[in-house]
Design a protein around this ligand. Structure first.
Ligand code: HEM
Length: 132
């Protein structure tokens, strides 16, 4: 049997309610990230729709949703920002808290954390020029 959209198992993205739920999560996640004084600075030069777009794309990617993203690679977008692992972890925590508050099932949250681990090397700054 051919695997089609009907026979393939639902992605986490579909299980939590697709684009509408991602939008709700983005609003909460956005508030949390920007209220965090250690993280808000990364976004001051990014336009407001750009910030929401960033968070929506991020959530869709980590939830296994449709990959409609045609922008720069994660490494290209983030390596110039010199993001330390501590800040990466904080963003991940804000995401976990947001999903928990929205009642997202624990198995989905566990998988989100796996994906966060998989893309960490692309987002977090490689090397440590500050101490070089
Ligand atoms: C799983 C983790 C992450 C994913 C999947 C992700 C995804 C993305 C995507 C798709 C873009 C758009 C790139 C473009 O438009 O070319 C972007 C940009 C950006 N991300 Fe992330 N991101 C992640 C983590 C982070 C973290 C931890 C921070 C900061 C602490 C961050 C800050 C930014 C900023 C400031 C931009 C805008 C860069 C610019 O316009 O030059 N991201 N991210």
């Amino acid at each position: 049997m051919t695997v089609t959209e009907e026979t393939a198992p639902a992605s986490h993205y579909e299980r939590i309610g697709g684009a509408t739920s991602v939008k709700a999560a983005v609003d909460l996640f956005y508030d949390r990230v920007l209220a965090d004084p250690e993280l808000a600075g990364y976004f001051t030069d990014v336009d407001m729709p750009g910030q929401r777009r960033h968070l929506a794309l991020m959530l869709t990617v980590v939830l296994g949703g449709p990959n409609e993203y045609a922008g720069r690679s994660l490494a290209e977008a983030h390596q110039p920002l010199r993001i330390p692992v501590e800040h990466y972890v904080k963003v991940g925590e804000h995401l976990t808290v947001t999903l928990t508050e929205l009642g997202v099932p624990g198995d989905i949250i566990a998988d989100v954390q796996v994906v966060l681990g998989q893309v960490q090397d692309q987002v977090v700054a490689s090397g440590n020029p500050a101490s070089a």
